[in-house]
Design a protein around this ligand. Structure first.
Ligand code: SAH
Length: 503
């Protein structure tokens, strides 16, 4: 209770500052930045050496410029304490030359593990738990998995933490299902970290670069954690999507609610809804909410989350968002407000054109990629909508990524209703709707823990017949001595290309 109160106070303070840069000033951050010993080899935080206020200015400038044809950016919401914000921490396990266990991340473009015990942007408790797991291994005669020989057991450890609830989930990813002396191992880990609330063994015995396998066994606690966002409780299971920076997520969602300005009567569509967070938060101010999401597991979590929060005016559907809108259209159904939060690749022509025909009064578009956001805004402003407001939110300090949110409203003038439907504007070829190299890298890292280089991505794109616009990533001639993309990275890149619907 106390914890929640304290958090609400903090939240209130932050909201008052929501149009300004974060309060955190930089001397300490910078001094700490320079202490990160693996910045270069890790490649995760490209802006590690940069003053935090300068990072915010850079991000704001970039989003302001992109949005300038449509609206004036209201500002960027920064963090007061931009360090240690990631609630999901992943470490890959291996051995050093003397066969001692090591844990960390893959060095960019290789399968060498860079040992990392603590990271400037990760939850510190999670980092400490990973170190403890590693230190316990020898006494239990558990060896990390060796990718080359196929020997060993422990492949990865994933720790997810609930910022408000304080709950902690540890996922031990094993190459085979049996964890020797399981109960004693669990006991020993809990002795070091009684704050752990659940431990799950995940079995991944495939020769794949995906971190998590399909089989799971709960060895301690409930098998999931819960966390609170904007006063609602959300279940997070090992494999479901949850924003990695919950403090900023609350500010983002608060902005979404401000932009939507619901009166309690509206039918709201939460498109690309994940585990239902935004829709559930919107539900108490709406007549009814429909949530649509492609990932079946996320939809399952969303339904549980609606129950946990006793929300009765919400329904979740597992479907492609575009197809779902076409179904709605066919049934003559419509929404008054559309909240949309698509992946980095942005939305689809099918979805946007159906929204334009359905003509909701407002569309609140949340985006983690301002480039695809403006591409989609271009379409919507050509089809009866005006961008009213826009804001940037720094969800990922020390990286170059930035979240944006805009409010579109329906124009009612005759002139605008008669705008010709120029489909070709958005009729992108598969190759053009592509994700950038950075997005592919990020997707691969997030899903597999692997780092892939531009060269490897270019090689696989070429193999898949996606013509490179600029061939600088490719060898000048067939005989050039270029490293070849290893099969597990190829599989990971192909998965990303499929995810972004480029193949
Ligand atoms: N709004 C959620 C999730 C945003 S992430 C949150 O804030 O937590 C984007 C979501 O879009 C992911 O859950 C992804 O599975 C989903 N998605 C991707 N492509 C989709 C599509 N074509 N149709 C519906 N959902 C899709």
């Amino acid at each position: 209770m106390e914890q929640r109160k304290e958090r609400e106070n903090r939240y209130a303070i932050k909201r008052n500052h929501s149009n300004h840069y974060g309060e955190y000033t930089s001397k300490e951050t910078n001094r700490e930045n320079s202490l990160c010993p693996v910045t270069k080899r890790c490649g995760g935080c490209h802006w590690m050496g940069m003053d935090y206020q300068e990072q915010l200015r850079e991000k704001e400038k970039r989003v302001r410029k992109l949005l300038s044809p449509y609206c004036r950016l209201e500002g960027i919401v920064g963090m007061e304490q931009p360090l240690y914000y990631r609630n999901k921490v992943h470490a890959v396990f291996g051995e050093d030359r003397k066969h001692r266990p090591i844990s960390g991340i893959y060095e960019e473009g290789t399968h060498r593990i860079v040992p990392v015990d603590s990271c400037r942007i990760e939850n510190q408790k999670a980092d400490a738990i990973i170190v403890s797991v590693r230190e316990l291994l020898p006494s239990f005669k558990i060896r990390p998995y060796n990718e080359d020989t196929g020997y060993g057991l422990l492949r990865h450890v994933l720790v997810r933490t609930g910022q408000v609830s304080g709950q902690i989930m540890v996922v031990l990813v094993l190459a085979s299902p049996i964890l020797p002396s399981r109960n004693n191992f669990v006991k020993a880990l809990l002795k070091h970290h009684p704050e752990i609330t659940t431990i799950v063994v995940n079995v991944n015995n495939r020769n794949t670069s995906m971190v998590l396998g399909d089989r799971e066994q709960v060895v301690y606690g409930k098998g999931y954690i819960e966390d609170t966002l904007c006063g609602k409780t959300f279940r997070i299971s090992p494999r479901s999507f949850y924003q990695v920076n919950p403090l900023q997520t609350e500010l983002l969602y608060a902005k979404a609610m401000e932009y939507a300005a619901l009166t309690g009567r509206e039918t709201v569509l939460d498109a690309y809804c994940g585990t239902g967070t935004i829709g559930i938060i919107a539900s108490e101010r709406a007549g009814q909410v429909l949530g649509v999401e492609l990932n079946a597991e996320a939809v399952r979590d969303a339904r549980v989350n609606a129950k946990i929060n006793q929300v009765r005016n919400i329904r979740f559907y597992q479907n492609d968002a575009g197809r779902f809108l076409l179904d709605m259209e066919a049934q003559g159904a419509r929404a008054d407000v559309v909240l949309m939060d698509p992946p980095r690749s942005g939305s689809s022509q099918e979805f946007l054109s159906a929204v334009a025909r359905m003509a909701p009064e407002k569309v609140v578009y949340i985006s983690c990629n301002p480039e695809t956001l403006v591409r989609d805004l271009k379409y919507m402003t050509g089809h009866g909508y005006r961008v009213e407001r826009g804001m940037a939110v720094d969800m990922f300090p020390f990286t170059e990524h930035v979240e944006s949110i805009v409010l579109l409203s329906k124009l009612h003038t005759k002139q605008n209703i008669e705008v010709e439907l120029i489909m070709s504007e958005i009729d992108l070829t598969a190759a053009e709707s592509k994700a950038t190299y950075e997005e592919i890298k990020e997707y691969v890292l997030e899903h597999t823990g692997l780092k892939v280089s531009n060269l490897y991505i270019a090689q696989i794109k070429q193999k898949c017949g996606i013509i490179e616009r600029v061939n600088y990533n490719l060898p000048k001639s067939e005989s050039s001595r270029q490293p070849k993309c290893p099969p597990e990275k190829e599989a990971a890149i192909r998965e990303a290309l499929e995810h972004f619907r480029m193949i």
